[in-house]
Ligand binder design. Sequence first.
Ligand SMILES: Nc1ncnc2c1ncn2[C@@H]1O[C@H](COP(=O)(O)OP(=O)(O)OP(=O)(O)O)[C@@H](O)[C@H]1O
Length: 817
Amino acid sequence: MPVSTRSQIFNGDQEDKSSTQRARPRTHQEDTLMGPSPLRNPHHGLKEKMKSLTLMYEQHKLASAVLRNTAAAAATTTTTKGEAPRFTTHPSIDLLDTCRKEAADGNRAPALAAKENTGLPPRVEDVKENYLVGNEKIVGFSCPVRKGKVEARRNVGVARRLSMGGLAMQSELKCGGGDEDAQDQMEQANQDSNKVNNSSRILVFVRLRPMAKKEKEAGSRCCIRIVNRKDIYLTEFASSGNDYLRLKRLRGRHFTFDAAFPDSTTQQEVYSKTTAELVEGVLQGRNGSVFCYGATGAGKTYTMLGTVENPGVMVLAIKDLFTMMRQRSYDGNHAVHLSYLEVYNETVRDLLSPGRPLVLREDKQGIVAAGLTQYRAYSTDEVMSLLQQGNQNRTTEPTRVNETSSRSHAILQVVAEYQVRDSAMSLVNRVGKLSLIDLAGSERALATDQRTLRSIEGANINRSLLALSSCINALVEGKKHIPYRNSKLTQLLKDSLGGTCNTVMIANISPSNLSFGETQNTLHWADRAKQIRTKACEVNEERFQVPVLDLDQSKLLLELQKENRELRVQIARQQQKLLTLQADSLAAHSSPAPSSATSMLSPSPSQVNEKGRTRASIFSGNCINTPKSKKRGAEEMVRVLQRNVKALEAEMERMKKEHMLQLKQKDEFIREHSRKCSMAPSVAAVVAGESGGRRVVTRSSLRSKESSTARNELKSPGHRFQSPAPTAKKRSFWDIATANTSPSTKTLIGSRKTRSHATAAKMVPAPSMLLQGMTRKNYAAQNHLQAERIAVAKAARGDVVAASTTAGDAGRPSRSP
Ligand SMILES: Nc1ncnc2c1ncn2[C@@H]1O[C@H](COP(=O)(O)OP(=O)(O)OP(=O)(O)O)[C@@H](O)[C@H]1O
């Protein structure tokens, strides 16, 4: 089917040459009367001739069967086809009219007339392919049909409605007329419909793409004409050269499909006519699949995926699916699972999480790719991003024909599950699967690239499409064995083609006469696919009764969920406001040279940078454009601010505790110091008395006292820390924090060198300051103890030395503190 033969390629070349030989423009009338060009390739039409011979036997059978049912067929034709004059605009119909007139006159046999018009030798095929004049019926590029299948096909033809079963058949047959034959047909159709149990056939649509710029530049002409949005007329020109005037129409071919879309058709229109009904079926629990088929560059990917401005069938179907599920779901819940794979060079790959090739297995559900990732998506946006991700992983390469040629067959599977309320007491759980397939394009080796990987890809694409055509043939002919296993693609399409599935095929074609061969192939196989009947599509649903209480509870649950949603939205809004306020206040409080204290309150430089970055990212144009990034930025900001607030609170708490402790220590020190000072004169008196006049107090003698004092102090935990002298100015937290650098501290440190009582009193706070610092830094308790000992010793020594010096040197009484 998809593989173009050498003769076609050859033919094209010959046509190119012959076009230059034509001398004079011809009118349509002349064309129809003209014979074949003498310069044509001698092999031209060889393939078709061979085909015609093989089809001859079938043709005769078909003709006799048709003649037997002339009356009924004529009636059906009148209703389904409409009046003949509507086609007169197309050259091929003009040919047909001429043919008809001559046949009516009895001058010549229609087949002969056709033959002469096209200028080709008489061929049975011509009669079969183009005209069935005896029936007043235009038959498309039909294929061999077995005896006894004609009637069945007629019934099938009438019943070509998706999921409508016998009803569609009845209504259409009624339109056919009220005669006995029609009644018989109806009965027969009913019986058939009972037999096939609502089976349906593949619906086939054709979409014509606009002429590409390259094609225009190459001087190609439109060889397709769509009439009544259903009939397609394909005209073959003898020449495909630039010289329009020398073109010669060889013959016309006619096909009828469920719908044919001209090049101006919108994506939405294509979706509504082809896939919307399938989506409805999926929501009712039926499986559905859509696949695009056609030559490379014919517009399959455009139809399936589309662009951002003009989204294709995949995107529109998923959007519809989500919207309708939300509307119909009983409790607002639904599950959509998504998988996306490609068949590239006969290997199956996961497009959502690329890795090793997947193996196909057959289980109860049919053919499945083992290990294929199934993502659960909650919104259309999520599906879109997954789709985008998958497409980035898809193999596309530029070829000579298409700059973004898909080199693989891509299959997107969407499984939708939701619950609906059937009656007051019962719920129905429905599961439906929708497969959206974008096939790689059939291609001629010469049309794309003969070298390297591209040619291997092309060969594989053609091989799998050939396998697809074999399956279509086998299905149409009603064979028992369908060769699905011939390729990975057909294995994966098994459900869609011969399974319990509603299937739609969209055949994409190019209008250019340069692609005549490919277009003819596509239309031929699309026409053939029309005859495939799929099995009765079962509804996949599960019904269960729900107690009234449960129903009430579910109602309540539904309301609560709704409320919850609203509250979440409100919280989000509040957070947004808070965020803005905090950002403003932060900006207002930040100063160029923060003090150490303010540095604790204000964020660190890294934080500032981080914040700055966050704010910048929030307010930068890029992020504003996307609500997602805006939200993410806002969340990040809130998180940073919350972290800061927590850190600051902890710091404040810790400082509060420290402050309390310090105050306590100071009180203790004051008490201790005042006690010692009151003891100092008596010590001096004792010393003077003992020495009998003068006695020098040595350090060692003092040391024992120090140690005893220290030992005594240790007994009480309240004495561990020295406090500043009562005269010392009570220092605030900020002073403490800046103690090392403040001038007051320097004075204190300098004054420690002078051993006067007054300085001793001033000196005392120094260790305390150190301790404060140490406490702040969470030093171990023993360090505090040691420091305390030193401070007490120094204080005591200072007092005693001062006393002895004054007594010894000047003989004056020691000064009391
Ligand atoms: N209906 C259309 N309207 C406008 N442009 C179209 C239409 N159909 C196809 N095109 C354009 O034609 C070109 C080829 O289309 P596309 O890539 O869909 O072809 P294809 O059949 O998927 O080819 P291949 O099999 O090589 O991947 C693209 O640039 C696309 O935008």
